[in-house]
Design a protein around this ligand. Structure first.
Ligand SMILES: NC(=O)C1=CN([C@@H]2O[C@H](COP(=O)(O)OP(=O)(O)OC[C@H]3O[C@@H](n4cnc5c(N)ncnc54)[C@H](OP(=O)(O)O)[C@@H]3O)[C@@H](O)[C@H]2O)C=CC1
Ligand SMILES: O=C(O)[C@@H]1CCC=N1
Length: 264
C-alpha cells in the first residue's frame, strides 16, 4: 500500500511519523505535500526516505490512499487542485477535516467523477505516540477498503467504524476530548501545587494516577461509579472533595463542553 498525505501539520505529520515509527510501512511508501519547506524538512529529518513535495498533485500519483489533512476551509481548493490527477475508480480519498461531511466532499467532486470512494477519519493528536482513538465512516467503500483504511489507523492507535451521524459526537468526545483530558491534568496539577507539591512532581503524580484509573477500568470493566464507591469512605475526605467539585459544576461543565464542541 502507498499513501499520499496532503498537509504535513499536526495530523498529516503525525500520520506519516506514526506509520513509519510503528513499522506499519516504510517511509518510501508515503508521500507528503505541504506548502512550506520547513514543514517538509522536519518530516524528512524524522522519516528519512519519505517523498515530499510542495506540489499537492505530485503526491497523489501512484498511491492507493489520498489523505486530506488540511484545514476544513481548504478542502475544496485542494480537491480542485488534485482531482484532474486522481483515478477515482482505484484511489481512495480520506478526509480528516472536522465538520466536512461525506456529502459535502461528494458535492465538491461531482464534476470530476460519477463514482468515488470516500472516507472521513477523525483521529486525535495521540496518533504521534500510537495511541489515537480514531473514528471512521465511509461512502461507496467495499469491506476490503474499510479494512484497509481501518488498518492504517489501527497502526496509530485504535480505530472504530461508526455511522456518519455520530461523527460530531465522537469528535467532541475523543478528538477535542484529548484537550479536555489535558485541561484536567493542568487543573489537578495546579491544585497539587497549591497544596504544596512542586509542579513537575504534581504532574508526574497526576499522570500516574490517571494511568491507574484507566487500567482499573479496563481490567475490571466496571462502571466508574463502582470504582468511586471503593474510594469514598463514608464521612471521609474523598466524598467531601467529590461533592465540592460537583458543587462547582464538574459533571455539568464536562457535558456542556462536549455539547458545545459537537454543535460547533
Ligand atoms: N488537530 C487535531 O486535533 C485534529 C484535526 N483534525 C482535522 O485535521 C485537519 C488538519 O488539522 P491540523 O493537522 O491540526 O492542522 P495544521 O495546521 O497543523 O496542519 C495543516 C497543514 O496543512 C498545510 N497546508 C496549508 N495549506 C495547504 C495547501 N493549500 N495544500 C497543502 N497543504 C496545506 C500546512 O502546511 P505548512 O505547515 O507547510 O504551512 C499544515 O502543515 C483539519 O481539517 C482538522 O479539522 C481532525 C481531528 C483532530
Ligand atoms: O478543534 C477542531 O476543530 C479540531 C477538530 C477536532 C480537534 N481539533
Amino acid at each position: 500500500m502507498k499513501i499520499g498525505i496532503i498537509g504535513g501539520g499536526n495530523m498529516g505529520g503525525s500520520i506519516a511519523r506514526g506509520l513509519v515509527r510503528s513499522g506499519f510501512m516504510p517511509a518510501s511508501d508515503i508521500a507528503v505535500s505541504s506548502p512550506r519547506n520547513v514543514t517538509l524538512d522536519a518530516l524528512s529529518a524524522d522519516c528519512p526516505g519519505l517523498q515530499v513535495s510542495t506540489d499537492n498533485s505530485t503526491v497523489v500519483q501512484g498511491v492507493d490512499v489520498i489523505m486530506l489533512a488540511v484545514k476544513p476551509w481548504l478542502i475544496g481548493k485542494v480537491l480542485d487542485e488534485i482531482a484532474p490527477r486522481v483515478a477515482f475508480r482505484e484511489q481512495i480519498i480520506v478526509s480528516l477535516a472536522a465538520g466536512v461531511s461525506l456529502s459535502d466532499i461528494d458535492a465538491m467532486l461531482h464534476r470530476y467523477s460519477s463514482s468515488r470512494t470516500l472516507f472521513r477519519a477523525i483521529p486525535n493528536t495521540a496518533m504521534l505516540v500510537g495511541s489515537s482513538m480514531t473514528f471512521l465512516c465511509s461512502d461507496n467503500a467495499t469491506p476490503q477498503q474499510v479494512d484497509m483504511v481501518k488498518s492504517i489507523f489501527d497502526a496509530l492507535g485504535t480505530a472504530a467504524v461508526i455511522e456518519e451521524r455520530l461523527m460530531g459526537a465522537a469528535t467532541a468526545l475523543c478528538s477535542c476530548g484529548i484537550a479536555y483530558a489535558m485541561r484536567y491534568v493542568r487543573a489537578a496539577t495546579e491544585g497539587g501545587v497549591e497544596l504544596g507539591i512542586y509542579p513537575h512532581k504534581a504532574k508526574e503524580y497526576v499522570l500516574a494516577t490517571l494511568r491507574g484509573a484507566v487500567e482499573l477500568l479496563e481490567a475490571t470493566g466496571n462502571n466508574p461509579e463502582v470504582e468511586i464507591d471503593k474510594v469514598t469512605t463514608p464521612g471521609g475526605i474523598t466524598i467531601k472533595g467529590l461533592n465540592a467539585m460537583e458543587a462547582h459544576g464538574f459533571t455539568t461543565a464536562v457535558i456542556e463542553g462536549l455539547k458545545a464542541s459537537s454543535n460547533g
